[in-house]
Design a protein around this ligand. Structure first.
Ligand code: NAP
Length: 226
């Protein structure tokens, strides 16, 4: 039996993780978070527990820790994220940089911090953070989307530090690009269905080993340049 905790699980990629994991029956215990649990009807039918969580609010992260209690967590899926419409240097504001960095980069680390005792007690010790290929500096040929790109680059760096710090304890901390996926964020022109993206990422999660810690995966299991 494996216990998964998925942030931002009420729609998009997070909800599809809950759908596919729920098909594993008693092999998977799923905890899903949502900013508005009352509006997360499908999620509630799929998971063991829906936990309220706004990742941009430290009190809410403390509430997550209280709700989980001393239950071991095997796999944390840091999925919650936001896009940004600020695409040019002229349009850039500090408020938007702060908002997007807080949710996409800083919050995943604070969630890990709050759940460290639970992850340490788990059998898998896996932290699977959803990044974007737009966070790759090596692949940045297009510019634009300043807050979003840079927040995912920061998430990659923070995850690399996490992997290094927790390696000796047997943790496996990776970042993964889900592909360009048809969700509210990805839009209808995206190339990948949410079912295929999540099926592929679950295949990565299922075969994660400690030696993989610190890897930047593409959804298909290949690696991406930093
Ligand atoms: N779709 C793509 O093509 C694509 C490509 C690369 C990377 N990604 C990444 O994949 C992840 C999931 O994206 P998606 O496509 O599924 O996006 P989505 O459909 O827009 O869903 C985003 C999820 O994040 C949650 N969220 C946003 N702000 C939050 C906050 N402050 N606290 C807690 N939860 C919050 C949302 O909750 P609410 O419903 O309450 O807003 C929602 O559950 C993100 O990290 C995204 O950056 C997506």
């Amino acid at each position: 039996m494996t216990t998964y905790l998925i942030t931002g699980a009420n729609r998009g990629i997070g909800l599809e993780f809950a759908r596919q994991l729920s098909r594993r029956g008693t092999d998977a215990v799923i905890l899903g978070t949502a900013r508005d649990p009352a509006g997360a009807g499908e999620l509630a039918r799929l998971v063991h527990q829906v936990i309220p969580l706004d990742v941009s609010d430290e009190d809410s992260i403390a509430g997550l820790s209280a709700a989980v209690g001393d239950r071991p967590i095997d796999v944390l899926i840091n999925n919650a994220g936001v896009g940004s419409e600020q695409r040019s240097i002229e349009g850039l504001t500090l408020a938007e940089l702060n908002r997007v960095f807080t949710i996409n980069a800083f919050a995943p680390m604070l969630v890990v911090k709050s759940l460290l005792p639970n992850l340490r007690a788990g059998n898998r010790k896996s932290v699977f953070s959803i990044t974007s290929q737009l966070g790759s500096i090596a692949n940045n040929k297009g510019g634009s989307s300043y807050p979003y790109r840079a927040s995912k680059t920061a998430l990659n760096q923070l995850s690399a530090s996490l992997a290094n710090e927790l390696r000796a304890e047997g943790f496996c901390c990776v970042v993964t690009h889900p592909g360009w996926v048809r969700t509210d964020m990805g839009g209808q022109n995206a190339t990948l269905g949410v079912d295929e993206s999540v099926r592929s990422m679950l295949a990565i999660i299922d075969r994660l080993r400690a030696e993989d810690s610190g890897t930047f995966f593409n959804y298909d299991g290949t690696t991406l340049p930093w």
